[in-house]
Design a protein around this ligand. Structure first.
Ligand SMILES: [Zn+2]
Length: 422
């Protein structure tokens, strides 16, 4: 099948919770293009975010289209129905041309035993040693690995197939990009498991463009990677090798690549990601979201006056409602309450003190990852403020846009796609 618009080798997912930063985000892709690297923008927003904010998928499409028109962007761009399931996909079919089919909940659910047996029989040729071009390592697959992986993942992949066919029936072949995501689960998938998952995805007939496994280590929201960077780099290379093998042997699209979820702010692994892509000639989709909302807050704090007061009020409310705000994100944040400043103290802060605590510059003495993570999950407070918040975004558009673009380009696109230290 032909995808009419290509995602390209490099792409970045950006979240724009309040639909005011699409232009500033696109500006970061324009800066990449000026450095001769095309990075395709994909505006993603999950059903969960839409519910919390009270927005509709069409608002993401409108903001993306307007930004593209206003800045004269000639490349491809997409709107991603992020983390959808059969239950939530329908409201996205008009607005989106990229679908992140989330089947993490079905991992470990049993598939029909005859399906598991059929999978094991169909792929019996994978048993043994598999050499992987581009790495010195090999995969060793036994009959037991084949069965155990099918028992764990086949039901999830079958579910992805149902969702894919549901979207296909409405949108038609070639009119959307399917991603399969398995990142929101407890255990990481090994590169061997990824290879077998891709075999199952090919069996389901899904022309998957991006695949989002759960990598080892912690990918907390809005802060740096926590884990063994050397091990990450090794696994990342093996995942890319597994994809290359799957493209060649299972007939998956040649454009298939990894999607790194919760990909914002993982500064310590960006050099490894860049190096590995260069070495293996691969691309990546780096999915970010809430990092932009934090730049809105930084811009408001920097603006001072009423805008700084509002940024402080948002922290005060987030502090008061931390249990409720953190609950949906419990597995992907690590807030140390001992490091959360008292709202009364924050009330006395200058613009510089607030922005230094929040901005993701780890070498800054005032940088506070607990403060940052609490505000990361605190966007519901701003959503509740409604037009009071939005009016200040409009009043301080220039200062906020500068922060949004700089964060996305300098701290994300440049190290991942251009190989520049941030
Ligand atoms: Zn995800």
């Amino acid at each position: 099948m032909a995808i009419q618009k290509l995602l390209g080798r490099y792409s970045i997912g950006t979240g724009d919770r309040f639909a005011h930063q699409a232009k500033a985000q696109l500006q970061a892709c324009i800066q990449a293009l000026q450095a001769d690297v095309e990075v395709t923008p994909v505006w993603n927003k999950s059903n969960r975010e839409h519910l919390i904010i009270g927005s509709e998928p069409t608002s993401v499409r409108r903001a993306a289209d307007a930004a593209v028109q206003s800045l004269g962007w000639k490349g491809a761009y997409f709107c991603d129905a992020d983390h959808i399931t059969l239950q939530t996909v329908d409201r996205f079919v008009d607005a989106c041309d990229f679908y992140t089919i989330d089947v993490a909940d079905a991992i470990g659910k049993p598939a029909a035993s005859q399906d598991v047996a059929a999978f094991a029989a169909r792929h019996a040729n994978l048993i043994g040693e598999i050499a992987l071009p581009g790495t010195e390592e090999k995969f060793f697959i036994t009959a037991q690995t084949l069965r155990a992986t099918a028992e764990k993942y086949l039901a999830a992949v079958q579910q992805a197939g149902s969702v894919y066919r549901h979207i296909l029936a409405v949108k038609g072949e070639g009119n959307f990009l399917p991603e399969v995501s398995m990142d929101e689960t407890d255990a990481a998938q090994s590169p061997v498991e990824l290879l077998l998952i891709l075999a199952a995805i090919a069996d389901e007939g899904i022309p998957v463009q991006t695949i989002a496994p759960k990598f080892s280590g912690r990918f907390n929201k809005g802060v740096d990677y926590v884990g063994d960077v050397v091990q990450f780099e090794r696994e990342f290379a093996l995942d890319i090798a597994a994809i290359a093998y799957a493209v060649r042997h299972f007939g998956l699209p040649a454009t298939l690549k990894l999607s790194v979820h919760s990909g914002s702010d993982k500064f310590s692994i960006y050099p490894a990601i860049h190096r590995t892509m260069q070495r293996l000639g691969a691309g990546v989709h780096l999915k970010t979201a809430g990092t932009t909302w934090l730049e809105e807050l930084i811009g408001l704090a920097e603006a001072g006056g009423e805008a700084l007061m509002l940024a402080k009020e948002i922290y005060r409310e987030a502090f008061a409602h931390q249990a409720e705000l953190c609950a949906p994100y419990a597995t992907v944040i690590d807030i140390d309450p001992a490091y959360l400043p008292a709202p009364a103290l924050v009330a006395s802060w200058s613009s510089a003190q607030y922005t230094e605590a929040l901005r993701h510059v780890q070498s800054a003495p005032g940088y506070n990852p607990s403060f940052r993570q609490l505000l990361h999950v605190g966007f519901k407070i701003a959503a509740k403020m409604g037009d009071r918040y939005l009016a200040l975004l409009r009043d301080h558009e220039a200062i906020i846009a500068r922060n949004v673009t700089e964060n996305l380009f300098d701290r994300h696109i440049a190290p991942v796609f251009l190989g520049r230290a941030s």
